[in-house]
Design a binder for this molecule. Structure first.
Ligand code: SF4
Length: 570
């Protein structure tokens, strides 16, 4: 089980899934370049009046000194996100009441604080710092999200300036970790070290960070903007579900570079990204990224928040028009046509022990039931030190990769990881199960997710040990606490969408936590050429208690009925 980047966005309601359709053409949709910049709703109004980045000064000079009660609502539930801060769910509120309460009633006085780790990269010094902050200020919490971030809980506003000071002293930041901004840039965890890498995306990630993160010109987007860049042939950054992805390819004449994808996203209106068909040379990649984000800023829909992601604009324009606008209005030149990436060369989670191109080794490990603590991170830092490694990477598949381990330290490092509960040989169920934050901390949650997923994994490992070797590719199970799909409901073999379900009991109908079932989705992988969105199985709901029974039935039925080794998605 994993922890995902929680919270779909400011005030996003938990609504049923619906297809991506552009908004009506006969009225203003709030596109700045079409309709002008007059704000069409309260959210756009406060963003224009006082940008989210400006709240930092008030946190440092006022709120951290005068305490939680001094924070006005528009900063608390709005601008704080530009610095990675969300209020967390007040403990003890039943999931059935989530939709009946407003944000202030659901909110606790503590915060989730998200630290952006672009490319998932941490040095040993940074690892020590995030571990220390967790233990000192966050009650030993330090979730690793599926977007290569670290998320703390139980943060007090009084401690935020000191946390920033410590993070920034080692080159880390929470700038634009949430909010309508360019969020963390996913990057290949094997950047610069893999033998089979097409090209190293690190210079592009660094250039975007340096030039554009924290730029006020890009800090009022219609909604969040998710980026991913990889040069590894395993396609390891879930490129189909980001607003922009740059995927490493080898052009027959122009050499290594990137294939550009835009407009992916899940949530309640899922849509896979599309290729624009262009080749992006490495030294042009940051400028192309800048062009795409400005297309989104200027043409994205701002009237309705639930139509404000880039995928809705792409649904209206299509890739050809998007490319034309990008080239003519933003880049001032045509981009060359380019090839599509080859099918994924292998699993993108990088679990296990593998040789690097310099002869040392990288070791990928899976956390047990997702949650990592500050204490575990401190233990990891000790392990890295003992192995002579200075680098750890987090993956978008919720794993950890220790880099640069000499051959004679591999066995000891693997054993040390096991001692920390970070196995390098996870069961298929542990390896491929994700769960979002759920009711423990998320204000939008309807059901508990993490403990449910953990218990389900343990049960499946016990019950299905006899058939596990026959499974081949692990079946993915993604557990979500509401319809917002932070844990990618639609791209799992079995996606679960939290809701209250009614069951018959001896005392009559009762309402209990459960899930709507969604089957057959997946991202491109070594045994699946293309990503696909699964489908909701109408009327099929399971209670949380029944989940292990349900998954066991699905797995056994699949194994009984499959033909010629077909995969679950087939
Ligand atoms: Fe996201 Fe889960 Fe919270 Fe819903 S319950 S908003 S899916 S973290």
């Amino acid at each position: 089980m994993t922890v995902t980047d929680s919270h779909p966005g400011h005030g996003a309601p938990a609504t049923p899934e619906r297809p991506v359709r552009p908004p009506r053409a006969d009225r203003s949709n709030g596109q700045w370049k079409v309709d002008g910049t007059v704000p069409l709703n309260p959210n756009e109004t406060w963003k224009q009046e006082d940008g989210g980045l400006n709240v930092r000064e008030r946190i440092e000079s006022i709120y951290s000194k005068e305490g939680f009660a001094s924070i006005p609502p528009q900063d608390l539930s709005g601008r704080f996100r530009w610095w990675g801060l969300y209020t967390q769910r007040r403990p003890g509120i039943d999931g059935g009441r989530t939709a009946q309460l407003d944000d202030s009633e659901l909110s606790d006085e503590y915060f989730m604080l998200r630290v952006r780790l672009d490319g998932g990269a941490l040095t040993l010094e940074q690892l020590h710092t995030v571990a220390d902050i967790s233990r000192e200020f966050a009650r030993d919490t330090a979730d690793i999200s599926d977007r290569q971030n670290i998320q703390y809980h139980w943060i007090r506003v009084e401690d935020v300036p000191e946390i920033w000071r410590r993070l920034e002293a080692v080159g880390l930041q929470t700038t634009e970790a949430c909010g309508d901004t360019p969020r963390v840039i996913l990057g290949s965890p094997l950047a610069g070290i893999a033998k089979d890498e097409i090209l190293d995306p690190t210079p592009v990630i660094d250039e975007i960070l340096e030039r554009f993160i924290g730029d006020p010109e890009l800090a009022n987007l219609p909604r969040k903007f998710k980026s991913a860049i990889t040069g590894h042939p395993s396609l390891d950054v879930v490129h189909e579900i980001n607003d922009i992805s740059l995927v490493g390819v080898l052009h027959p004449e122009l050499g290594p570079g990137y294939d550009l994808w835009v407009g992916g996203g899940l949530s309640t209106s899922p849509r896979l990204a599309e290729r624009l068909g262009v080749f992006v040379a490495p030294d042009a990649a940051a400028d192309v990224w800048h062009g795409v984000i400005r297309v989104f800023r200027d043409y994205g829909y701002r009237r309705l928040r639930n139509k404000a992601r880039l995928k809705f604009l792409l649904a209206e324009w299509g890739p050809a028009r998007f490319r034309e606008v990008l080239e003519t209005e933003y880049l001032g030149r045509a981009l060359p046509d380019g090839p599509a990436p080859a099918p994924a060369s292998g699993p993108g989670d990088h679990v296990g022990v593998h040789e690097q191109k310099d002869g040392r080794f990288y070791i990928g490990a899976a956390p047990v039931v997702g949650r990592i603590s500050g204490s575990v991170l401190a233990g990891l830092a000790d392990l890295l030190e003992a192995a002579g490694s200075d680098r750890l990477r987090l993956t978008p598949h919720q794993k950890l990769v220790v880099l640069d381990v000499p051959a004679d330290r591999v066995d000891a490092t693997v054993a040390g990881l096991e001692d920390l509960g970070l196995t390098t040989a996870p069961s298929p169920f542990r390896r491929n199960t994700m769960a979002c934050t759920g009711i423990e901390f998320c204000k939008l949650a309807i059901v508990e997710t993490k403990a449910t997923a953990a218990a389900t994994i343990a049960e499946l490992e016990r019950r299905l040990a006899d058939v596990t070797p026959q499974l081949g590719r692990p079946i993915s199970l993604n557990v979500n606490g509401c319809p917002n799909s932070c844990a990618r409901i639609q791209v799992a073999d079995i996606g679960l969408k939290g809701q209250i379900v009614t069951v018959d009991t001896a005392d009559g109908p009762a309402q209990v936590p459960g899930f709507q079932v969604h089957l057959g989705g997946g991202l491109a992988s070594a045994d699946r050429d293309e990503a696909g969105l699964g489908r909701t199985v109408r009327g099929l709901k399971v209670t949380a208690d029944e989940l292990p029974d349900y998954v066991e039935r699905v797995v056994r039925t699949f194994l009984d009925q499959r033909i010629d080794g077909e995969s679950f998605s087939e």
